[in-house]
Ligand binder design. Structure first.
Ligand code: UD1
Length: 343
């Protein structure tokens, strides 16, 4: 397929690009090489790949990149949790406006197939299970509770600490930070576009993606990259809260395979897909696995917290398996060894 990949020079984008090429697709990359991600480093596309160096908010660049394409994989975005409220305009502009400009361009170019990089953060605190009230949406964690070391979100009805449930795609959306809000907005813009143009959208709700090429040493780096950097300097990983927060760490090559499968197979309607390995781990467990793999000092539990963080967020990715016939291939231990080896 002749496809446009936005954000193809980024961490996940480069793996998606490799997967697209391996599967014989004809690819054009649109990427702004934004300085907060790429520094001033140039980027050269692999042989045979067209490259438009431009911003997804720039309609002229978008039109050039869309010329002759049949589908779009939209990964270009400002990522991470954000540093503070001063980040809001950049999330709204880079992610929301960028997606709106791209969708308008797709309508002009009559391209009907979109895969959108979304995120598990759209679910907020995810799903909790109360011993009394059953499955419930956990109440937000307030600063006072976090400062007192009460990390588990309570039942919104009776206040009992909740057990975690696996979040399915039909769970309510509940974005709790700027990045999450921008991902929800992107999904809604895409759904509006699909309704008016008859296009198809696969919204890939990525879990915590890790693997070779992870961004490091920026405020937007994921926890696995932060721990790897610390261990490389001989320092213990600093684990926030009590280390019991659960995530699903999914390898970037598995994420790339899921993304390309969606582009190849999903061609009707709007569908969200959770993209997780299916095996949740605690952040403390992940820190310990990396420390062992890198023969570094044991992790330190700091009790620090970030107000925008969710406690547990773990996906039910069975829809992706059933409908797109995707299977994760990289085992957690092997993935951590690979991270350690490339640190
Ligand atoms: C991550 C992604 C987000 C994605 C989401 C999907 C990043 C920066 N964020 O968010 O883009 O949409 O997964 O589920 O990649 N922590 C520590 N020590 C640290 C830093 C973090 O213990 O030094 C803890 C945090 O408190 C948190 C966990 O690690 O509980 C994960 O943090 P982070 O890697 O920033 O990812 P998410 O917030 O889960």
């Amino acid at each position: 397929m002749r496809t446009l990949l936005t954000g193809g020079a980024g961490f996940i984008g480069q793996h998606v690009l490799r997967e697209l090429l391996a599967r014989g697709h004809d690819v054009c990359v649109l990427d702004s090489l934004r300085e907060d991600v790429h520094g001033r480093r140039p980027w050269t596309p692999p042989p045979g790949v067209a490259f438009v160096h431009g911003d997804v908010r720039d309609a002229a660049a978008v039109d050039r990149a869309l010329h002759g394409r049949e589908s779009v994989l939209h990964l270009a975005a400002k990522v991470g949790l954000g540093v503070d409220v001063g980040d809001l305009p950049d999330y709204a502009s880079s992610n929301d406006v960028g997606t709106a400009v791209l969708l308008a361009g797709m309508a002009r170019a009559r391209i009907a197939r979109l895969v959108l990089a979304s995120s598990m953060v759209v679910y907020g605190e995810g799903l909790g299970v109360c011993p009394v009230h059953g499955p419930v949406a956990p109440a937000p964690r307030c600063q006072k509770a976090l400062a007192a070391g009460q990390f588990e979100p309570p039942c919104p009805v009776c206040g009992t600490p909740l057990a975690t449930g696996l979040v399915s795609e039909s769970a309510a959306l509940d974005p709790r930070n700027a990045y999450a809000s921008s991902k929800v907005a992107q999904e809604f813009y895409a759904a509006n576009w699909a309704r008016t143009t008859g296009g198809s959208v696969a919204a890939m709700r990525y879990h915590n993606v890790y693997g070779p090429g992870m961004p490091r040493n920026t405020p937007y780096a994921g926890v696995a990259a932060i721990f790897t950097s610390a261990l490389r300097q001989g320092k213990p990983p600093q684990v926030f809260e009590d280390g019991g927060q659960r995530r699903d760490f999914v390898h970037v090559r598995d994420v790339a395979a899921a993304t390309v499968a969606a582009c190849e197979k999903h061609d009707a309607g709007v569908r969200a897909f959770n993209v997780g390995s299916g095996t949740p781990r605690t952040v403390g467990e992940m820190a310990a696995a990396l420390a062992t793999a890198m023969r570094g000092p044991a992790p330190q539990l700091t009790g620090h917290y970030r107000l925008g963080d969710v406690r547990h967020i773990t996906a039910d990715s069975s829809r992706l398996r059933a409908e797109l016939h995707w299977r994760p291939r990289v085992e957690f231990a092997a993935g951590m060894q690979e991270l350690a080896a490339n640190a």
